[in-house]
Design a binder for this molecule. Structure first.
Ligand code: T5A
Length: 229
């Protein structure tokens, strides 16, 4: 795994992650944001986890097929970490260092929430993997899309059609409710980095809230930004 100490490169492109439970609308919103940034003449890439690089996409396939689950929760967590390590080194860091904005559909908070909070993997293991894979490379902004579990699962099922639910969609309602609670808690604990957005309304309304969050973080006047600090 890469050297954590070398992974923070200040003054580079902005790093924005999208988080939320199943069917919360991350993929929909991240695409809308990419279009908006393009219109604003800001160079961005859209990527995802698990996956985002050729090596990590192989691991994604293992994880979502449920093969990682067969190895047990700790080993499954290590697979997410291995995928993230490759993704950070080969895609995210190079893009940020070139001044490109990185829009990432899920990042390390997913491991904290899915494996740590909902999956009960010891926090010591989650922390250790985070140190190794990302060092202090935290997103500049994390958008957490919040939607009642029933609505999110219904949306995910509608999009899936006849295909079988994947490894995590198959978990029970309690697991999904724990995910939602954990994301809401994260937003409360890290308000400087995380913005919780109601993802129940139509996609364009949610996109407007996402854009407001970005504008407040990155494009606000110094006076406005100071009043937020
Ligand atoms: N995981 C991931 C871990 O456990 N640990 C980790 O460390 C990481 C990185 C990834 C899985 O891996 C887990 C979490 C996940 O279970 P995935 O296939 O990438 O799997 O799945 P998700 O990230 O969960 O993404 P989904 O594709 O399921 O959902 P999205 O992206 O949140 O939702 P989206 O945009 O595809 O929308 C779903 C449907 O709803 C509609 C869309 O058109 C689509 O049909 N929709 C709306 N409908 C009404 N109103 C709106 N506002 C809507 N927005 C979207």
């Amino acid at each position: 795994m890469g050297e954590a100490a070398t992974k923070r490169m200040p003054g580079r492109g902005r790093f924005i992650s999208f988080e939320g439970g199943e069917g919360s609308g991350k993929s929909t919103q991240i695409k809308k944001l990419a279009e908006r940034l393009e219109a604003a003449k800001l160079r961005s890439i859209l990527t995802r986890e698990p996956g985002g690089s050729p090596g990590a996409e192989v691991i994604r396939h293992l994880l979502l097929s449920g093969m990682g689950k067969l190895l047990g929760p700790d080993a499954e967590t290590l697979l997410f970490a291995a995928a993230r390590d490759d993704h950070v080194r080969t895609v995210i860091q190079p893009a940020l260092s070139q001044g490109t904005w990185v829009l990432c559909d899920r990042f390390s908070d997913s491991t904290r929430v899915y494996q740590g909070k909902a999956g009960k993997v010891p926090v010591g293991l989650v922390n250790a993997m985070e140190r190794v894979t990302i060092g202090n490379l935290k997103p500049d902004l994390t958008i957490i899309l919040d939607v009642p579990v029933e609505i999110g699962l219904k949306r995910a099922a509608a999009r899936r059609g006849d295909a079988a639910p994947d490894r995590f969609e198959s978990e029970d309602m309690k697991f999904h409710q724990n995910l939602r609670d954990a994301y809401r808690e994260l937003a409360a604990i890290e308000p400087q980095r995380c913005v919780l957005i109601d993802a129940t309304p139509d996609a364009n309304t949610v996109a407007a809230s996402v854009w407001t969050a970005l504008r407040d973080r990155f494009f606000a006047s110094p006076a406005t930004a100071a009043s937020r600090a």
